[in-house]
Design a protein around this ligand. Structure first.
Ligand SMILES: *[C@@H]1O[C@H](CO)[C@@H](O)[C@H](O)[C@H]1NC(C)=O
Length: 414
């Protein structure tokens, strides 16, 4: 299905340029993401978390970066959603502009003994690093390997404080929450956007993961609405575009990123009367993409699941729907379920795998990680939803990989 611009096809043929990855920067044309050859691009991949306590991408105590990326490649995927915390950038500012080294990062998060021994394992697997390597140099090395293996990066601001996400009482739910300072967020987005200008395969940046209603903060809860959303989303999107005019900018909605409905339907952003306007993003209106998450894992109805995704915002892919006012490409940047050998046969898994290829611009499964350096104060915590097993040495559920995931990747990427 790849449609090459005629001149590109000719040049490819005459000059033998068979491999021109990455065809960036992408632009948006209606519901499509389009590359520099004029082809419609679809994305299919997974989430590689890097936003938790250590603020270093997970798994490196078990495998080399090259091995992990090769495993992703073996699934046929072409994108990784790489997550980070704003706290990482706050620490850089607090440290006179210098990033924290790996020794400090691991010892601060895991304690002296475990931090030292886990870091020793990271360095044994990844001997290009030392204890004084900086965290962002690890991000850079991962991105470089992804680029080498022709995989795009979607850089995602997952949370402000570096820790597991997300709940209504974790202090990171909404602008102004105890650990979610709006100014630091804008500064962090701008910093990462500028930093990522050196990443040859950066396709997109999402500005905030899973905005949600604070459950334990009355004052902030009073501002949880679409009007506030629009105020801050413009600030964040502007910061990303100012730092990196080439990247796509991904907007996410309310209620754990399950709805963008008033944006897509052009309704008033309540309690205000303003509506979403591409003109408010004039300099980069052709860079805007929306993302949705879905964890309705207990569903027993595929039509219901598809309906909630459609009404939540996936109808932005359908300009012919009379209620679609603002057309965007839509990415499902998170969905996932237990990798236990049987859940992949259920309605949720099979319905999404069948629906996403034709009804979205792409998707990213949660998550690649088979375990975390530390999650919710448990070190070396197992991730039962991880594609990898605990020590990142094999897939946890081969049935999912072979019967559902790979076919869905192939159906998406053609
Ligand atoms: C250190 O690591 C060991 C082995 O993973 C674990 O049992 C222990 O709880 C960790 N220590 C702390 C303080 O979490």
């Amino acid at each position: 299905m790849v449609k090459l611009h005629p001149l590109t096809a000719l040049a490819t043929c005459l000059l033998g340029i068979g491999d021109a990855f990455p065809y960036l920067p992408f632009v948006v044309d209606g519901p499509n993401i389009v590359d520099t050859s004029g082809s419609v691009v679809k994305l299919a991949g997974t989430n590689w978390p890097g936003h938790m306590g250590v603020m270093v991408p997970e798994g490196l105590q078990y495998q080399s970066i090259e091995t992990i990326v090769s495993d992703i490649t073996s699934l046929g995927m072409n994108v990784v959603r790489l997550t980070y915390a704003i706290e990482m950038i706050d620490q850089i500012y607090d440290n006179d502009g210098e990033d924290i080294d790996l020794r400090t990062a691991f010892v601060d998060a895991l304690g002296d003994d475990n931090g030292t021994s886990v870091l020793a394992d990271v360095l044994a697997n990844n001997p290009q690093f030392t204890e004084s390597t900086r965290r962002l140099e690890v991000f850079d090395a991962i991105v470089a390997e992804l680029s080498k293996q022709e995989i795009y990066v979607n850089l995602d601001n997952h949370i402000s404080r570096g820790k597991w996400c997300c709940s209504g009482d974790d202090g990171n739910s909404w602008w102004g929450d105890t650990e979610f300072d709006a100014d630091n967020w804008v500064r962090g987005l701008r910093y990462m956007a500028e930093h990522a200008t050196s990443w040859g395969n950066l396709a997109s940046m999402s500005i905030r993961n899973e905005l949600r209603e604070p459950s334990n903060n009355e004052a902030v809860r009073a501002t949880y609405n679409w009007e506030t959303w629009y105020k801050y989303v413009r600030q964040g999107a502007d910061a990303v575009n100012a730092g990196n005019p080439d990247t796509l900018v991904i907007l996410s909605g309310l209620n754990y990123d399950t709805t963008m409905q008033p944006v897509v339907r052009g309704e008033e952003l309540s309690p205000g009367t303003e509506t979403f306007r591409f003109d408010d993003f004039a300099a980069y209106a052709d860079k805007l993409v929306i993302e949705l998450h879905n964890y309705n894992t207990e569903t027993d109805s595929c039509p219901d699941l598809q309906g909630s995704l459609y009404n939540g915002g996936a109808q932005a892919m359908n300009p012919d729907d009379g209620s679609t006012v603002n057309v965007f490409p839509v990415l499902i940047t998170e969905f996932g379920f237990a990798q236990d050998g049987s859940t992949h046969n259920g309605v949720y898994s099979t319905c999404l795998a069948e629906w996403m290829p034709g009804n979205t611009a792409g998707w990213m499964q949660w998550a690649l990680a088979g375990s975390y350096y530390s999650r919710q104060d448990v070190q070396d915590m197992d991730e039962a939803w991880g594609l990898y097993n605990h020590d990142w040495s094999a897939w946890r559920d081969e049935g999912y990989i072979n019967d559902v995931l790979i076919p869905s990747v192939e159906a998406t990427l053609g």
